[in-house]
Write a new protein. Structure first.
Length: 593
């Protein structure tokens, strides 16, 4: 049994991973999967309604699952249809996450009022919206970086409520649940001009494609705009408005047969007229369902746990299990990144979210190479730890909205995104890998007796080699960034915080190598400096973005700030462990600093 354990584990993992690729069926009678594939234009790019539903829920409540007051679980697309067509019902769903007690007090919620949990419905909040708006306007008068936690929370809640209200303006006029009849009676539409103007001005979605096949993105229109400009309508455009109106009637009446027929007919129409957009939208909805990065996260965590267990018992068998789990996680993450590249028509790194994916992917790839040479599960442990951590970071970054957002104009260059950004983030990945290998060295030496001289020397060689690799890629990536800056802004170097952060990574990696070559540090000194490299890299990756100054600043976020401070503190503590006298280590055979 022990001999075949790795084969059994691998087969089980393959079956589990394969099950995530099965087509997503409909749990009820309605073809929600088909509706979720329908494309719309939002935030400058085509997305399926499934993506709109999922990202909207992540923004307002931090998760994709919706629980009705009855306790029933509502699928994201079903929730979005309720927002479009049954807003009175949607208003009762507790989807707005509020954690700050002072924000809760604005609405009279919190301890003593009988409310439970941290998520509340629009119905519970609507009575105090004017006070929330007043507090948010006061907070907006304060610079973002110096706002109090209450001010940041109140602005976030107000923005989430405003976005939810805008979604309601997508298809039907306010308080009108019979758009289909309105389309047959122009006089009724004229009477609702104020509501139509609100739909035109506030709806975040352009849901009606152009009448002519293969029309440009700027020809997509919102329902409100088209109903206010009937002279520009074509029969095909009106038919598409009627589809959404008819879909609403079927959803109101919960007529699944008619609903499914309408979805099928409209999908055929889109396939004939905007086939490329419709196919890509369907693939994105399927990609959302598969969710390869969550599966990879679980596999990386399993790889780390198996690798750590292998240092205590059954090193060959458990080490092989860890390697196979990490192989599967890496393959899934690779496939996920490639699909994102195809959907965006971009290189792998375009924003902070994708940088977290790529840094984790690059680190795990390097670990797999190291493990092939060393076969001691050390690289598996490091890869599992980094892969899991970076995917957790990516998940929290996804809470801000669409992770495949449109590029800023100055960054809209696939050549430089493919060269500078990929190269410099590879340097980030390598520097983090060296630091996490050093963490394994320190923890094994302080907490266990498993760090014998052979293992210590192997780890030292790995850290040294990875630092060399990181120095090269960090230097080349920084130089390429300067060339891009010269083309974009007319100067090669401007001492921007992000530029300084990249330079510090290069200088720190070079300092590690010089100290090692000059005999200033030995094994433990090398590990201490490599761990400090984690602090340097995290500052360049996240810290510089939160300063609120420079051309690379993406804005202050309290969650990222406190996370960064906690991470830095943990790394300083680990560095302090290095300087415990050698005789106090549980593995005292390792060299002095």
């Amino acid at each position: 049994m022990k001999k075949n354990l790795s084969t059994v584990v691998f087969a089980g993992l393959l079956l589990w991973v394969g099950s995530t690729f099965l087509p997503g069926g409909n749990r009820g009678d309605f073809d929600l999967a088909g509706v979720g594939q329908l494309p719309v234009l939002a935030d400058g790019r085509f997305k399926p309604l499934d993506t709109i539903a999922r990202t909207s829920l992540l923004m307002v409540q931090g998760r994709q699952r919706v629980e009705a007051p009855s306790g029933e679980t509502v699928e994201p697309v079903a929730w979005l249809l309720d927002v479009f067509y049954r807003p009175t019902l949607a208003d009762t769903y507790p989807i707005f996450r509020i954690d700050h007690p002072d924000v809760l007090s604005i609405f009279g919620l919190g301890s003593g009022d009988g409310s439970t949990g941290v998520r509340f419905s629009f119905v519970q909040l609507q009575a105090k919206l004017s006070e929330l708006d007043r507090q948010a306007n006061l907070a907006l008068g304060v610079e973002a970086a110096v706002r109090t936690p209450f001010q940041r929370a109140v602005v976030e809640v107000r923005d989430n409520l405003a976005y939810y209200a805008r979604l309601k303006y997508t298809i039907e006029p306010a308080d009108d649940e019979d758009l289909l009849s309105d389309l047959e009676n122009p006089e009724r539409l004229k009477a609702e001009r104020a509501s139509l103007e609100a739909m035109r001005d506030y709806s975040p979605l352009r849901i009606i494609p152009p009448a002519r096949p293969g029309g440009r993105p700027d020809e997509w229109r919102s329902v409100g705009r088209l109903l206010l400009e009937p002279a520009t309508d074509s029969p095909a455009t009106l038919d598409r408005i009627r589809f959404y109106a008819s879909l609403g009637s079927s959803w109101h009446g919960q007529n699944s047969v008619t609903f499914n027929e309408q979805v099928k007919a409209y999908a055929a129409d889109l396939s004939e007229n905007i086939g490329a957009v419709a196919r890509k939208s369907a693939w994105e909805a399927y990609f959302n369902k598969v969710d390869p990065f969550t599966t990879s996260m679980v596999l990386y965590l399993l790889a780390f746990l198996l690798a750590a267990a292998s240092w205590l018992r059954w090193p060959d068998v458990l080490g092989q299990c860890a390697l196979r789990a990490m192989d599967l996680g890496f393959v899934l993450a690779t496939a996920g990144i490639l699909v994102r590249m195809w959907l965006e028509n971009r290189p792998p790194v375009t924003n902070l979210y994708s940088s977290a994916l790529f840094i984790g992917w690059g680190s795990v790839g390097l670990c797999l190479l190291l493990e092939r040479f060393n076969r001691n599960a050390v690289a598996c442990a490091a890869g599992g730890m980094i892969g899991f951590s970076t995917l957790i970071i990516a998940h929290h970054l996804s809470l801000s909205g669409d992770t495949m957002e449109m590029m800023r104009a100055v960054l809209d260059s696939n050549f430089w995104l493919s060269t500078h950004v990929v190269t410099v983030t590879t340097g980030y990945a390598a520097t983090f890998l060296a630091g996490f290998l050093a963490i394994i060295y320190i923890l094994r030496g302080v907490l266990t007796r498993s760090l014998d001289r052979k293992t210590a020397e192997s780890l030292a060689r790995m850290v040294y080699g990875i630092v060399c690799f990181a120095t090269f890629f960090s230097f080349v990536g920084t130089v390429l960034g300067g060339i891009w800056a010269d083309q974009s802004w007319g100067r090669f170097w401007g001492w921007d915080p992000k530029e300084n952060g990249a330079l510090i990574i290069v200088l720190w990696n070079a300092a590690i190598l010089h100290c090692r070559w000059g005999g200033i540090i030995r094994q433990r000194g090398l590990m201490a400096m490599a761990v400090f490299g984690n602090i340097v890299t995290s500052w360049s990756w996240f810290g510089t973005n939160m300063l609120g100054i420079g051309l690379h600043s993406y804005g202050f976020t309290s969650a990222a700030f406190y996370g960064l401070i906690t991470f830095v503190a943990s790394q300083l503590l680990l560095i302090a462990l290095v300087f415990i006298p050698r005789g106090k280590w549980r593995s005292p055979t390792v060299a002095t600093p």
